[in-house]
Design a protein around this ligand. Structure first.
Ligand code: URA
Length: 239
């Protein structure tokens, strides 16, 4: 974490407006450093020692932000794309300056839990292949699912390119012309869930991630909605 920071950057970091708006607010006398009203938004403050207040309320500096997105279908898990809408476009303006990125990828038509953060270290820990962080999906497939299919998932499935997946857990929730299941995988190969079912002749017609590690999607979050993780949820994600 930085020691010193420009006052306007600190206030912007706290979501108190754009640099231009902040310049104006500071001129209006709403900001104080160690109890003294200041007029210059370009001055530097010391994060450990100085106390900055905005309208009398202490302003805290935050280095990292962690958001939970219920990704809707139709947008790509990228920060920029020349053609498609991206998940980053769903981030509210007050978080934009944190330059958040998605933790891993979901396909354009996949819905559900996607974490957005600027914490590169945690992202690496969650995605590192050796860590085998479990990812849970709710899936609908065309065709009947059986106990035999559950056993195939438990053994590992050979994909179209010859790769044999690690053992995973598939639980049939409903079996009919279109069946439903929960799948937990411990790796993240390209289109993995779709290819696992595809290898069994069962095309995936709907896919939603419901959990990453111990962190579950907040089902009250509408598709496209974003909120910050609670402290408890962040602990679940770190563990
Ligand atoms: N597996 C897939 O096939 N697609 C996703 O988006 C995630 C996992």
């Amino acid at each position: 974490m930085k020691d010193k920071i420009r006052l306007d950057k600190l206030l912007a970091n706290a979501g108190l407006g754009s640099r231009k708006e902040i310049k104006k607010t500071v001129r209006e006398g709403k900001v104080a450093v160690n109890g003294t009203t200041v007029s210059d938004s370009s001055l530097h403050v010391h994060l450990g020692n100085d106390t900055v207040t905005f309208d009398g309320v202490v302003v805290e500096y935050r280095e990292y932000v962690y958001l939970m997105l219920n990704k809707p279908a139709g947008c790509v898990s990228a920060t920029v794309d020349s053609k498609e809408a991206t998940v980053v476009e769903l981030v509210p303006d007050r978080f934009r300056h944190f330059e958040l990125f998605p933790v891993g990828r979901l396909d354009k038509d996949t819905e559900g839990l996607l974490i957005l953060t600027n914490d590169g270290k945690l992202t690496h820990e969650l995605l590192a292949p050796k860590k085998h962080v479990p990812k849970t999906y709710f899936v609908k497939v065309k065709g009947r699912l059986t106990e035999g299919h559950e056993k195939r998932f438990a053994k590992g499935i050979v994909l179209d390119d010859g790769y044999k997946t690690m053992p995973s857990r598939m639980t049939v929730l409903h079996s009919d012309d279109v069946s439903e299941a929960e799948v937990i995988i411990h790796e993240g190969k390209y289109h993995q869930v779709k290819r696992m079912f595809g290898a069994l002749g069962l095309p995936v017609v709907y896919l939603k991630r419901t959990a990453m590690g111990s962190l579950s999607l907040d089902e009250s979050l509408a598709p496209g909605a974003v909120r910050e993780l609670s402290a408890k949820e962040l602990t679940l994600l770190r563990n």
